[in-house]
Design a protein around this ligand. Structure first.
Ligand code: UDP
Ligand code: MG
Length: 316
């Protein structure tokens, strides 16, 4: 029995790319000994992407199409594809050749050697200067702030084993940030390095706003740093305020300096603001806890047990 590889491709106005990409994937699978199924997830395109997909799906039953009513976003499209995919492994990739299909055999190879997750890592990207800078700042920030410690520029070009897919589909969290939650599982992984080519046809579908929102979700979903900022600000204000107080007291006692009530109150107010910041931080920590509980992420992820019948509904 040949193993089945599912490929999930989000599509948003990619009419110029779909057929060429399909042809290239097909030609790769004629050379390797695997079955394939391709999930094109049409994320509310308003060009003729959908009719091209319908045409391909009509002649190739291994091509499946999921079409959204409107644009729900790249992550939602990936989640949908991952939910319906049946493969022994699922590869997610963009529709614009920026995730080169020629690397598919390398992903499969690393997976066959035991990795449960294979990440594509862009060692160089031929994007605009702006995109390069924002991406590199963002990935470093995510590395520093978040609890996911895989270095480098890793996007959604990746292959995951069906075990991971199943875990992922069982996660109750609704707004999954796949680039965070997949490494969070902690499975054994491998990396395929590649140079990210320029997008040749069509243009990027990520507006400034979309990119910023996406970046925000990544940070908020995986880092408590923003919530802790209040503590740092509070401590800074309180400690400088304390020094101001010492200064006033010193000058009053030893320099015979007279301060009006209003001046004392000014310093007092300053300190009070610091205390308020600390209280805001405390409230934020509670909100963080609520957030954590509501998401219902599993407490841990079990890879293997010995002499135990595993109960998937325990904590995990
Ligand atoms: N995409 C999508 N919905 C969106 C934006 C993008 O499904 O709202 C798809 C798009 O068709 C492509 C992939 O996500 O297959 C990556 O998008 P893009 O190439 O525009 O992103 P970039 O490479 O510029 O980061
Ligand atoms: Mg692209």
């Amino acid at each position: 029995m040949k193993k089945l590889i599912s490929i999930v491709i989000p599509v948003y106005n990619e009419a110029e790319n779909i057929e060429a990409l399909y042809d290239e994937i097909l030609s790769i699978f004629t050379k390797i000994n695997y079955n394939y199924e391709i999930f094109f997830v049409n994320d509310g395109s308003n060009d003729n992407s959908l009719s091209i997909l319908e045409m391909i799906a009509n002649k190739d039953k291994n091509v499946k199409v999921i079409s959204f009513t409107r644009n729900f976003g790249h992550q939602a499209a990936l989640s949908a594809g991952l939910y319906y995919a049946n493969g022994d492994a699922v590869l997610t990739m963009d529709c614009d050749f920026q995730d080169p299909p020629s690397l598919i055999p390398e992903f499969i190879d690393k997976w066959e050697k035991g990795a449960k997750i294979v990440y594509g890592r862009r060692i160089q990207r031929n994007d605009s200067f702006f995109k390069k800078v924002t991406a590199s700042v963002y990935y470093s920030l995510l590395y520093v702030a978040g609890d996911i410690k895989i270095k480098g520029n890793i996007g959604d070009f990746r292959l995951i084993d069906k075990v991971v897919v199943e875990k992922l589909n069982n996660i109750k969290e609704r707004n999954k940030y796949l680039r965070g939650i997949i490494p969070w599982f902690g499975y054994k992984y491998e990396i395929v390095d590649y140079i990210r080519p320029k997008r040749i046809k069509g243009s990027t579908k990520f507006s400034w706003l979309k990119m910023a929102r996406f970046a925000m979700i990544g940070i908020l979903n995986f880092s408590l740093l923003p919530i802790r900022l209040g503590l740092f600000v509070g401590i800074f204000i309180c400690s400088t305020g304390f020094l101001f107080f010492l200064y006033l007291i010193y000058r009053s006692l030893f320099d015979n300096q007279f301060y009006k009530l209003l001046e004392w109150l000014a310093v007092f107010n300053y300190v009070l603001i610091g205390i308020l910041f600390i209280f805001i931080w405390i409230i934020s920590e509670y909100i963080g806890k609520i957030y954590d509980e509501v998401r219902q992420r599993p407490l841990y992820v079990i890879d293997k047990v010995l002499n135990i019948k595993i109960n998937e509904n325990s904590h995990a």
